[in-house]
Write a protein that binds this ligand. Structure first.
Ligand SMILES: *Cc1c(COP(=O)(O)O)cnc(C)c1O
Length: 388
């Protein structure tokens, strides 16, 4: 699924301040050729295999399959180095940055997961790394701040606005404008101005590429009937959907964070509630007031706590090619504890949203259902603890 001139239908584009044009233009002119070169693909594939630990297993969950009376496979992105899918993207972007002659990386992070994945890739590639993080998040996510610092990154507090993710993003963009020549900005999901959504989707598409090969080997058919993934910005979801879009067979199910409930005022269900608008350089659905101010989202999982959604998901939802649903904080917690006890796998709270959807739809006895387990739950122990 590639955008046309930077757009997925009416969504996407690069709505950026003029000061940012040189940076974004350079990327747009170069990224396709670099990513598609043999030299890049060799280095990227080797690192995914030997450093990240790919391919990740596609695990047939006998226990869940019996309980839900269908065939459930878990794509184990939780087994990647650093514990989630985010590393697929940061490794890809660091190799791109090197080929663009950049010496320094900046990134924004909310919960710190993308910051850790970026700091990891920078340590590996010998790049200087600065991560912008809201002051409030620095306090809430202290272990990830320590990880980034141990990995050699500098964590810069964002002190404006609500002192959270969107403020960190604004400050990272400001920093990039001031350092267009030597600095590359690694965005952590399929959001931001073109070409980021497409670039990140290409790096994450390795997930569905592997699912195809693995399903073919396991059941003799490479296309599942359903793929379920949680969606914050949407990078693990599009990675899991990528090679199944338009095959006429696979239902693509994106699960948003409903928070306390879609109508509770404390939610991150962007497609359910959002209206069209522009956020971080891209036209998509976003949660906003009547006069266009961004509404603070809420989710129990920090990784889904984003007021927008990647333009490709806005397009899939709007065109009916994909389905977007939501589950609440409580349903996600329950599903996370359930998987821990039924399979001995503690999922990230983000991934638990995808699992919670298994309660909501009755799948056929012969259906093949793939759930993308985007990350592991060690980081969420304190939250789980309150519910057991
Ligand atoms: C960051 C994160 C997410 C949400 O980001 P997407 O871009 O929507 O994938 C989901 N799961 C985990 C484990 C994460 O760390």
């Amino acid at each position: 699924m590639q955008p046309t001139n930077g757009f997925y239908g009416e969504f996407g584009g690069a709505f950026i301040p003029e000061m940012l044009y040189p940076n974004v233009n350079e990327l747009e002119n170069e990224y396709q050729e670099i990513i598609n070169s043999e030299d890049f693909q060799d280095e990227f594939r080797n690192l995914l295999r030997d450093y990240v630990g790919r391919p990740t297993p596609l695990y047939f969950s006998k226990n869940l399959s019996e309980i839900y009376q269908t065939n459930i496979f878990l794509k184990r992105e939780d087994l990647n180095h650093t514990g989630a899918h985010k590393i697929n993207n940061t490794i890809g972007q660091i190799l791109l940055a090197k080929r663009l002659g950049k010496q320094r990386i900046i990134a924004e992070t909310g919960a710190g997961q993308h910051g850790v994945a970026t700091a990891t890739a920078c340590a590996l590639a010998g790049m200087k790394c600065s991560v912008f993080m809201g002051e409030v998040d620095i306090q809430r996510q202290a272990p990830n701040v320590k990880r980034m610092e141990l990995l050699g990154a500098e964590v810069i507090p964002a002190t404006s606005g609500s002192k959270t993710l969107k403020d960190a993003t604004n400050e990272a963009i400001r920093e990039w404008i001031n350092n267009p020549v030597d600095t590359h900005y690694i965005i952590g999901s399929v959001v931001g101005p073109h070409p980021y959504p497409d670039m990140v989707a290409q790096f994450q598409s390795v997930i569905s590429e592997e699912i195809k090969v693995q399903l073919k080997e396991l059941i003799g058919n490479e296309n599942p009937d359903h793929v379920i993934a949680c969606v914050g910005g949407g990078s693990n979801a599009i990675g899991a959907f990528y090679h199944f879009i338009d095959n006429g067979q696979t239902n693509l199910i994106a699960v948003e964070a409903g928070g306390l409930g879609v109508d509770s005022g404390k939610t991150a269900a962007t497609i359910a509630l959002g209206k069209k608008g522009i956020i971080h350089g891209s036209k998509t659905f976003l949660m906003q007031t009547n006069d266009g101010q961004i509404v603070e989202p809420h989710s129990i999982s920090a990784g889904l706590d984003y007021p927008g959604i990647g333009p490709v998901h806005a397009y899939l939802a709007d065109s009916g090619k994909g389905k977007v649903v939501s589950v609440t904080d409580e349903e996600a917690i329950k599903a996370g504890i359930f998987l821990s006890r039924k399979e001995g796998i503690i999922p990230a709270l983000e991934s638990a949203h995808a699992l919670a959807y298994l309660e909501k739809e009755k799948f056929g006895k012969d259906d093949i259902v793939v759930v993308n387990l985007s990350g592991r739950g060690d980081k969420d122990l304190a939250t789980y603890q309150k519910y057991i």
